[in-house]
Design a protein around this ligand. Structure first.
Ligand SMILES: [Zn+2]
Length: 292
């Protein structure tokens, strides 16, 4: 009897060791690739938002009921989201503080990108790289939504100062209205080579509502007017209010849109979610506070 118990004990210990070895290798390989930048990432559930991979991962990631997997060809390219850029006092007076980054803070943020070796690229370049599985060196995408006049007045001089490329997501029907930039101002910025445009519908329309004809009209009119005014090929889109659904995605794809930006936070972009790319909402804090 003592011999049998002894053998069972040894067998048990060996089984445990084998189990730990197999699981440790699995855990190590699933996390190891993420520290080295742009790579294919296996279909591991990384938990719910935010989708910023931890640099010191632990094996205790627990899948949530609605996980967003990083699947396919993925690039670590943060997409920064801005709206108004103006002095804080002006934003306060206009009641626009919630969507404003102070112009002084914006200057510091763009200076940070320039001095930390970030390459600011167009939204189109990011989408093209994801489609063609092309690696990118340390890159970032600056997006500014809605076409407000303060962008021409306060953001454009900063972009010129640091030679930063920005992407303006324009609801074309609103240009020229009170508080919005004019077509002439947009065209001037585009001609500098620092500004690219993306479709943001004609009237800042919520594309999860209304008839398919109306949704299509909003998407196509915005895209066509931007192309006509700027000469740029427009096949990226940004969802007004971040709202999307499968119907909107299929209409966008039918109209030639190859990549679309949501407001889901996260620094990683994958070819498996080209139509719901992630963005980080930026406030007045230094960019280092956002993991950059
Ligand atoms: Zn918008």
């Amino acid at each position: 009897m003592p011999i049998i118990t002894h053998r069972l004990l040894i067998l048990g210990i060996l089984s445990l060791c084998l189990y730990l070895l197999i699981n440790f290798k699995g855990i190590a390989s699933s996390f190891g690739s993420r520290n080295s930048g742009e790579k294919f990432i296996s279909a591991k559930f990384l938990g719910n938002l935010p989708l910023i991979p931890s640099l010191t991962p632990t094996p205790t990631v627990i899948p949530t009921p609605t996980p967003v997997p990083l699947v396919g060809f993925c690039l670590n390219v943060p997409v920064l989201m801005y709206h108004h850029i103006q002095p804080e006092a002006e934003a306060q007076a206009k009641g626009q503080k919630a969507l404003t980054v102070d112009s002084g803070a914006f200057d510091l943020q763009m200076g940070y990108l320039a001095s930390h070796g970030y390459s600011a690229i167009s939204a189109q370049q990011l989408v093209d790289a994801l489609i063609s599985h092309t690696q990118l060196s340390k890159s970032i995408v600056v997006t500014i939504d809605d076409g407000y006049s303060d962008i021409y007045q306060y953001a454009y001089p900063v972009l010129q100062k640091y030679h930063i490329i920005a992407n303006l997501m324009i609801p074309t029907g609103l240009l020229g209205g009170a508080d919005y930039m004019s077509w002439g101002q947009l065209e001037e910025m585009v001609h500098s080579g620092l500004v690219f445009v993306g479709d943001h519908t004609w009237s800042h329309y919520v594309v999860t509502h209304g008839s398919n004809d109306k949704i299509k009209y909003e998407i196509v009119t915005g895209k066509q007017q931007l192309q006509d005014h700027t000469g740029q090929n427009v096949d990226t889109f940004t969802y007004p209010y971040g709202a999307f659904n499968s119907n909107a995605i299929s209409i966008l794809q039918q109209e030639g849109i190859k990549g679309a930006f949501s407001e889901i936070p996260g620094h990683w972009q994958c070819d498996s979610f080209l139509m719901t790319l992630h963005r980080s909402r930026i406030g007045n804090a230094p960019l280092s506070a956002y993991g950059l």
